[in-house]
Design a protein around this ligand. Structure first.
Ligand code: MG
Length: 268
């Protein structure tokens, strides 16, 4: 099923999306992660509500750098020997339709990165690869927006990855039971109608099972934590000439079966 978080005139709710409608529930995010049964609930039109980022404030966002073979090839770098982890602060999260906004004075190199995002369903510590998918609640789409001048200029990625609005997520969470194989999903980025990333999660160097196990041996993953699993080739910075997000752009990231995450861009 597809979970959406949304706002209507009565407040903020979670609901189950079915086509153009949402079955509204009174469940909290904690209730949902605990597997509480869904009962009744009014049906509301998707068009009549404001869809929000599906996860408001995870305890952490773990992101993975250089995790696609095709993305390593475009940079002319060897694939890493182990996952390269970094973080994006949770204050960077926005939802589908929200504006990616940045100050020209801060960065002139805002770039897009479509990613399959894993939503952790239960506490994971020292988990084996074999068991790792049992800890997944579901999957969403993320755009790991990156200020390349800050990312590379700082010698440390966190600031360039964590600007406010630089982590669009959504539009929904597709539950894990509906994803047969997380290593067999098409994903793409379209900028103003032009496809700039078009690949598959089969290109991942370290797959979802490995990433969960690897992370959980270093730190505890809590329910609701999000792992951004890396981006394929076609990002703007490695193009000739480079392409960066500019004022008035519209960027859409899509992962097969989950949906489209579309955000306008505003430069202030
Ligand atoms: Mg990334």
């Amino acid at each position: 099923m597809k979970w959406v978080r949304f706002q209507d005139s009565d407040g903020i709710f979670y609901g189950i999306q079915d086509g153009d409608s949402i079955q509204k529930t009174n469940l909290s995010w904690e209730d949902i992660l605990a597997g509480q049964a869904v009962t009744g609930g009014a049906s509301v039109s998707l068009d009549s509500v404001k869809v929000l980022a599906p996860i408001a404030s995870p305890s952490k966002i773990v992101a993975v750098g250089q995790n696609y073979m095709d993305h390593c090839r475009e940079q002319n770098v060897a694939p890493p020997e182990r996952p390269i982890l970094f973080t994006k602060f949770t204050t960077s999260i926005i939802g589908n339709g929200d504006t990616i906004e940045y100050a020209q004075a801060l960065t002139q190199q805002a770039d897009y990165e479509v990613e399959l995002a894993v939503v952790i369903g239960k506490e994971a510590r020292n988990v084996s690869e074999e068991d790792a998918l049992d800890y997944v609640f579901g999957y969403t789409v993320a755009n790991d927006v990156s200020a390349r001048d800050l990312q590379f200029g700082d010698k440390q990625w966190v600031r360039g990855k964590s600007l406010d609005t630089f982590c669009p997520m959504g539009p929904c969470i597709l539950t894990a039971d509906e994803v047969k194989d997380p290593q067999d999903l098409k994903l793409s980025t379209t900028l103003n109608g032009t496809v700039l990333q078009d690949s598959t999660t089969a290109e991942m160097i370290f797959g979802v099972r490995h990433l969960i196990s690897f992370c959980s041996k270093a730190f505890t993953l809590l329910p609701g934590d999000v792992i951004l699993t890396g981006t394929p080739d076609g990002v703007g910075v490695f193009r000739d000439p480079p392409i960066f997000l500019t004022d008035g752009d519209t960027v859409t990231c899509e992962v097969e079966g989950i949906g489209q995450l579309t955000n306008p861009v505003s430069v202030i």
